[in-house]
Every structure is written in structure tokens, then in C-alpha cells.
Design a protein around this ligand. Sequence first.
Ligand SMILES: O=P(O)(O)OC[C@H]1O[C@](O)(CO)[C@@H](O)[C@@H]1O
Length: 400
Amino acid sequence: MSDAAPTAPVIRADAPGSFPHRTLAERHPAIIRQVRAGLPYEPPQQHALDALLKNCTEGVIEPLPADAPDRERWQSWGMDTYAGQSWFDVPWLWAESYFYRRLLGAVGYFGPGAWCGIDPFRPSKTGELHSAGTDAELSALEDLRDRPADDRDRALLSGSLWGNRADLSFQLSAEGGERREAAPGLVADDSDLLWSLLPPGGTGTLCLVADNAGRELVPDLLLIAALLTEPRIGRAVLHLKPTPYYVSDATTADVIDALHRLRSAGGLAGEYGDTLWSALGDGRLVLRAHPFSCSPLPYGEMPDDLRADFAAAGLTLLKGDLNYRRLVGDRYWPATTPFDEVTAYFPGPVAALRTLKSEVVTGLSAATEEALDKAEGRKWLTSGTHALIQVNPSAGPDGQ
Ligand SMILES: O=P(O)(O)OC[C@H]1O[C@](O)(CO)[C@@H](O)[C@@H]1O
């Protein structure tokens, strides 16, 4: 970002009782317990998980072992700077991301050994993919078959947006322990602008930066299939996580599971599944699993090859809360900070589709913020019941 770009305090988890503090102090231990119970880990993995539980609540950040395959990468992402500090004192985004890296290390994900490559979150991901909720959503898709293309596209976009509520890590500590109903209406809605960047007959490239597997990835895939079929795009690039992350984030294995699920569902879901299967085969759908997708840094610090990927797209659509935090910067922005200003650095037109699950938000009108505060206090920021669609069509070199 240029020197004139707006700025605000970076979020840390050092205030007991705050939302970020509860994430580290309560959610991370709950995730470790869930992982430990979810697979029949052997004593070395169990002991390592117990040690991580103690370390992440009471200890200081420890560097990766000398033989870790990604040690140098983490050094370039700030590991040496933060080693020795409390998890609660470093940037919240950094602490959360590093927690998931340490969790994978504890279960032997990076090998050597028999647990190499085993996703510790797979039990909850597959449970969700094969749930009655997913069945119901796939059958409901049939109702869209005979609707005008524009209506169908808007319904699929809405499915992709609200699919972001289905975040398994979030469910572990949603306020009150139970799921609350989604609020009608969006706190910001640039959907008309978004559709103008995906015109009927369009042949451009859409980059979709995925978030969660299962009930979020399924509608994301359906949206891509519809856009390719209509067509509104000629090609889609789907950015996934190279390793399991934030419990439910989608990896290549999760895409394959989701495609099997679609194809076995029959009906329109099955047709879309077949479309995506062949689009992978002929290059109209491309999968990426860039290391930076699991980095603890904002997109403002993305490497050149990723920047080039986004620059080549007619639109990059980032899904979910974490991607939003990384897009605008994980900071306590005044909610009225213009979205266009904090995303001006992005290499091309960019859109965010997200339900609100952290205290990071930009681009709201003062009236919207006031009405939300009046109705809910500050809970609307983190409850996951509100959503937004924001677009900066002029990000990138031509727009600056
Ligand atoms: O799956 P999403 O939408 O990225 O949400 C994950 C979010 O949940 C949290 O774990 C808790 O709010 C955040 O750290 C993170 O931004």
C-alpha cells in the first residue's frame, strides 16, 4: 500500500475477555480436544497434542524444529521475530495461523511416519459433506433448473455467501454455544457491481479464493459450474489451501470429495458435478494450492506469482472471514473506512463474500453501523449472522 493508505491498530489477543483472546484461550484448546478425539492417534501424537495444548495457552511461541520442511518459509513470515513471545502478544492473525501449523506438526502431518498427510479435520469435514443438511441443499437445487439464468445465478451467489456460515471452527465457540438465525439483508451489498464484472457471454477468468470445505465449498462449486455453463466466464481458477487449516478450510482432497458428492446426487447437482469434472480435464477449471494461502500475512504482502494470478483475472472473489481479514488487513478499522481504499493495492478487480465473524469490517455506511449497534451492541461483528458483498472494480494498476 502507498504511504497515503489508511491504517489502524493491528488486532492482538492480549485483552482477556476480548473476542481474539477467547479464540486463543478457549477455541484453540477445544479444537485440540476435538482433533484428539476424532482419530485413533497413537501415543506420540497424543503427547504432542497435549504439549501443544499447554504451550498455546500458557507458553511462548516456539520455532519449528530444525528439520521442518517449511521452516525457512515460516522464518520469512516472521517466526524468528515472534519466537519467545506469548501467543497473546503477537498479531492475532499470526498466532492463529501458526497454531494450525503447530497442530499439523503435532499429528505428524509432515511425516516421516504413518500419519503423514492425514488431515486431522477430515472426520468433521466428511460428516458435514454427508449430512442431511447437504442432502436438502442439493435437492433444493432442482427448483432452480427452470428459473431464468439471472435469478438462478443470484440464488447460487447467495448460497455461496451464506455457505460461509458453515464454518466448523466457528461453531465451536459461537456466542451462547448455539447457532443463531441469519439476519435478513446484507450490511453492504455490491452484488449488482459484481454481476457487471461477470457479464452474460463473458469469456474472462474468475479466481475464486475458497474458504471452507463441505457446505461452503459445495455452493462455491455450483456457482462456478453455472458461470462456466451459461457462460459468464471462460475459465475459473480455484484457490485452495495446500494443507488443512482453520479446521474446515478446503484442500484439493476436499474438492475431490465434494465432486464425488455432487455427481452421486444426480439431478442438476450431478450435472454440475459432471461439468466441473470435465472442466478440470480440459483446463477450464484450474486448481491452485499456493503456500501463501496458509500464510499468517495479509494479501498486501503476497508474492509476485500469486499477484500475477490475480492480475490476470477479470475478477477475484475472496470467500469468508479469514480471507476478508487478510484482504483489508487484520486491524481495528473504523467500519466506515472505504473498502476501495484498503483494497486499492490488490492487483485486479476484487470482491469479498463473507459472513461477519471477527471485528474487522470496512465499507459500511455510518447509518448501517449505527442501526446495527443500536439493535445488537457490537455482537453483529462476530455472531456470523450478518453478511456482506463488497466489490472494488478498479483495484489494480489501471485503477490506481
Ligand atoms: O471460515 P471463515 O469464514 O474464514 O472464518 C474463520 C474465522 O473464524 C475465526 O476463527 C473466529 O472468528 C476467525 O479467526 C476467522 O476469521
